[in-house]
Design a protein around this ligand. Structure first.
Ligand code: FMN
Length: 411
């Protein structure tokens, strides 16, 4: 259970949408207020059919905001101020309808407008019938919202008001309180605040001609997750990303590039930095003299492509000098003899750490969601268990933070 002491003095804007579970939100208000949280509430029109504004008002001891068009509400507390004068927005219950409106970026009532206008983090507690929750539309909306940084608690499995069983029950009020306390605890844990980081991610595309290119199977998932994890610990992150299907991670500055040379230029433009993590699968070679005319199949047989070496981004960033980041981390994706190759790569490139992994066919690492890595440093090697790429990223970011904390203490 999260430490609730962190909640005292925090301001939560609670959006209550129109689901049966709205009655639990009254309890949530009480539990939050007992812990010193100021709760202000927005009630959707449907929400007001499930709980009365009077109950919400009595429990929050504040005005209940309901109407985008109310002259009184708007003059006392405009919708923009409402969305900003909070440390966290909590949507409980989050209906299928409101999740859809949030995902679509709609602003058709006060709740949706506040959620669109806010610059504060948002936590949703979905609550709905199991089929509504499992519907492809709801799942896609939730995935999209989470990719934009929206946090989620629940839903839980259980018997619902509609007598069906399965996931869809709103998290219990105390679970939501725990999630809120957990959010504030994480937000306070920013050991990399004041540090700048560059992270490379994804493949590069090296043109053969204006329509064809040489690429690789990197999905960018690991690099993107590392960028997000460093940002979460407070670092100012520039993510230099090759072409991927991933959304830009929340809280990072993202530069999109295609070729290795563009990636190097973007990294150099992002210097100075304290940390560089080179997780991109950069093409070693590009086509020499790729022209701006499409190669033609003219009966003379396939063209001979002459390859030339690309710049080595990891080695360039690792080169000693004033602008060298204090900690340079490389990745070694190998298909055999992983540790030996990775150890040699660390020495050859001059980087500080190497994260090595086996990307042989069958490991599912390239493009998959899990990763099994070894962290190789000057003073030894650690093998981590197979974990989700997000978990690898979180652990690596903590190791980076610890490195800087130790370094700082040593000085
Ligand atoms: C009795 C009843 C219970 C409902 N319960 C839920 C629910 O638990 N979750 C949900 O997503 N929608 C539920 N709905 C449907 C929503 O109330 C409806 O989609 C409404 O438009 C939601 O509006 P809002 O998202 O603006 O609050 C329920 C409707 C009724 C009539």
């Amino acid at each position: 259970m999260a430490d609730h002491a962190i909640l005292a003095g925090k301001r939560v804007l609670l959006v209550i949408a129109g689901g049966i579970a709205a009655y639990k939100s009254l309890e949530l208000i009480r539990r939050l207020r007992e812990r010193g949280v100021t709760v202000r509430a927005v009630l959707t029109e449907a929400g007001a059919r499930f709980v009365t504004p009077l109950s919400v008002q009595a429990l929050t001891e504040d005005t209940v905001y309901r109407d985008l068009w109310s002259l009184t509400d708007e003059s006392e507390m405009g919708h923009i101020r409402l969305s900003r004068e909070a440390d966290l927005l909590v949507v409980a219950p989050a209906t299928a309808n409101l999740l859809a409106r949030m995902a679509a970026g709609m602003a058709d009532d006060l709740a949706a407008t506040v959620l669109l206008a806010t610059d504060k983090p948002v936590l949703v507690a979905p609550a709905m019938n199991v089929r509504m929750w499992q519907h492809a539309a709801t799942q896609a909306n939730m995935t999209l919202l989470e990719s934009r940084g929206v946090l989620r608690v629940g839903p839980n499995d259980g018997v619902m008001a509609c007598n069906e069983f399965g996931p869809g029950r709103m998290a219990e009020p105390m679970e939501i309180v725990d999630a809120i306390a957990g959010f504030f605890a994480e937000a306070a844990h920013r050991p990399l605040a004041g540090r700048r980081a560059i992270v490379t991610s994804g493949p590069t595309h090296e043109p053969i001609d204006p329509v064809r290119y040489i690429a690789n199977r990197s999905s960018g998932r690991q690099g993107h997750a590392i960028a997000a994890a460093l940002a979460k610990l407070g670092a100012a992150v520039t993510l230099v990303s090759g072409p991927t299907r991933l959304p830009d991670p929340a809280g990072c500055r993202v530069t999109h590039i295609e070729t290795a040379r563009e990636m190097l230029a973007a990294c150099e433009a992002a210097l100075p930095a304290d940390i560089a993590v080179c997780a991109a699968a950069v093409a070693d070679w590009r086509v020499d003299g790729a022209g701006d005319r499409k190669l033609k199949k003219d009966g003379g047989g396939p063209p001979a492509l002459a390859l030339t070496e690309n710049p080595d981004i990891l080695a360039t960033l690792s080169r000693p000098g004033e602008r060298r980041p204090a900690l340079v981390v490389g990745f070694a994706a190998e298909t055999g003899d992983v540790l030996a190759y990775a150890t040699a790569k660390r020495a050859r490139k001059g980087c500080d750490w190497i994260v090595a992994n086996d990307v042989s066919p069958g490991t599912g690492t390239f493009g998959g969601s899990d990763n099994t890595v070894h962290l190789i440093r000057a003073d030894g090697m650690e093998s981590w268990p197979t974990m989700a790429k997000d978990a690898v990223a979180a652990r690596l970011a903590e190791a980076v933070a610890e490195h800087f904390t130790k370094d700082f203490k040593a000085k």
